[in-house]
Design a protein around this ligand. Structure first.
Ligand code: UN1
Length: 493
């Protein structure tokens, strides 16, 4: 039994009830968590508020040094934490370790960033006036994460927030509490060495109580939420009602446009990784493949062959390429999705079945020949189902590609410069991420990650995503002995 509430010290017996952590590999209970109650939540927030008063005054590069040490601790624990992620979430070990590597990369990035929180300076229109902008810490950042990246997405937010001078309160997915407890322990060790408490905080609790409380809490100026579009609407409305800020990373429905001039070997590998990787449970998972007609029959045959070679099973076994889905509900959503696809005229040409194996949540990776007008194409079904759609003309493929509510990740495979640039132009992909000859998933942390439309518009991780975690202050200093007014206004007694 582990505590699910921490502000640098673990609250001994949080009173929000028990939560078991069940492995999707075989249904084993891995451990139990005592969840945070509202009272425990209050204590954590109070500590975070106190800590913020001090933390905000620490020079950013010094904050960066602490994040660097957290990165070093993660390097030491990479194998163990990766194994736990694999056990609890079900992704294969190389992907789970890749996820921890993503955290380490984030720590390195944030450390460098801590010396680069630049503001612009402007030329004032008034003589002997100086104008510039500076960035200050925001306060407490609430980070609500999903099961599919149980630790990396938290680090995108937490490490940036930390160097920005914010404190973090993390509510992880109820599917992956042990990974969160492990991360909190790793961070506690570093922070306590430097005498810090209340900087990185954890509240494991029910969405309906703790999650809801966070959304409504005016002491949390920014909520970063990763999850479904349906929940995202609720998060945006609730936080928006109090004029809080949100950073949303919601559903994706990612597509690749495969041109006949593409390097088809390369494309095949990218398609299989994008559609089957993480058992189709990344928000960047490839869900729709548009294939130029001339190469479609041949490419689809090769794809079927590749799918036959995907070894499904225990994610901890080094030869496995696809582990289980997260839980029984996810299996039901897969079954239900396949049923609706068939009803709407989609033809399942590979897979489509649940696999009974050791009490785990396994399904077959699935290929569907789909018609562009099928309504189900507009949905994100969080499972390894790939729609195959033939097209004759790039402009038409782009129209179909963009004709979904989501706008996260996209790609074109081509060796033709004109096609690539068309796809990247203003009349091309409408997504937050657009790749050429690279699949839709597996983004590096250095870029800003996020998407348009129902994906929610948020940007996390690299580039200038840090600006969401700070408040901007425009400063004008008058060093003259006059008081000239802007816009030439004269106002004299
Ligand atoms: C997610 O699925 O929520 O680009 C994040 C990727 C990973 C992150 C995915 N780096 O696939």
């Amino acid at each position: 039994m582990s505590s699910g509430a921490c502000w640098g010290e673990w609250i001994a017996e949080p009173s929000g009830g028990e939560l078991p952590s069940i492995s999707p590999i075989d249904g084993t209970e891995l451990g139990r968590i005592r969840m945070a109650s509202e009272a425990d939540y209050e204590e954590v927030i109070r500590r975070a508020e106190e800590a913020f008063l001090e933390w905000r005054m620490v020079p950013a590069p010094k904050r960066g040094e602490i994040v660097r040490e957290i990165g070093d601790a993660l390097r030491r624990h990479k194998d163990d934490l990766g194994t736990l992620v694999s056990l609890e979430m079900g992704k294969i070990l190389v992907e789970a370790k890749g996820e921890v590597q993503e955290m380490i990369d984030m720590a390195d990035f944030a450390t460098g960033l801590s010396r680069q929180l630049y503001g612009l300076s402007m030329h004032s229109e008034r003589p002997m006036h100086r104008m510039y902008e500076q960035w200050h810490p925001l306060g407490i950042v609430g980070v609500i994460t999903a099961f599919n990246f149980p630790v990396a997405v938290w680090s995108w937010n937490a490490f940036i927030a930390l160097v920005c001078g914010d404190c973090v309160v993390w509510k992880p997915s109820a599917e992956t509490p042990l990974a969160a407890v492990a991360v909190q322990n790793i961070c506690n060790e570093v922070l306590s060495r430097h005498g810090w408490k209340g900087i990185l905080n954890l509240v494991i609790g029910r969405g309906g109580t703790i999650g809801e409380r966070m959304l409504q809490d005016r002491r949390i100026p920014l909520i970063s939420f990763t999850g479904s579009t349906r929940m995202g609407y609720h998060v945006a409305e609730t936080v928006g009602r109090r004029l809080g800020r949100t950073l949303l990373e919601l559903g994706g429905n990612n597509g690749i446009i495969l041109m006949k001039d593409a390097d088809l070997d390369l494309a095949l590998r990218a398609v299989v990784f994008g559609a089957v990787g993480t058992a189709g449970q990344r928000c960047t998972t490839l869900r729709r493949l548009f294939i130029e007609s001339d190469v479609a029959p041949d490419f689809i045959e090769r794809l079927k062959n590749a799918y036959r070679q995907v070894r499904i099973g225990d994610p901890l076994d080094a030869s496995t390429l696809m582990g289980p889905l997260i839980n029984r509900n996810a299996v039901s959503a897969y079954v239900d999705g396949i049923r609706r696809i068939r009803e709407q005229g989609g033809e399942v040409i590979y897979g489509g079945n649940v696999i009974e194996r050791n009490g785990g949540c396994y399904v077959e990776p699935t290929l569907v020949r789909s018609k562009p007008e099928m309504p189900v194409l507009k949905e994100e079904i969080f499972a390894p189902i790939l729609h195959l759609i033939e097209f004759r003309d790039l402009e038409q493929a782009i129209r179909w590609h963009n004709d979904v509510p989501q706008g996260l990740s996209s790609a074109i495979f081509t060796t033709n410069l004109l096609s690539a640039e068309t796809f990247l132009s203003a009349r091309g992909s409408d997504c937050g991420i657009a790749n050429v000859n690279i699949g839709t998933s597996g983004a590096e942390i250095g870029g800003a990650f996020g998407g348009e439309k129902e994906t929610g518009g948020g940007r996390e991780a690299g580039s200038d995503a840090w600006k969401a975690y700070m408040r901007r202050q425009t400063v004008t200093i008058n060093w003259s002995r006059e008081l000239p007014l802007a816009q030439g206004i004269r106002f004299e007694l």
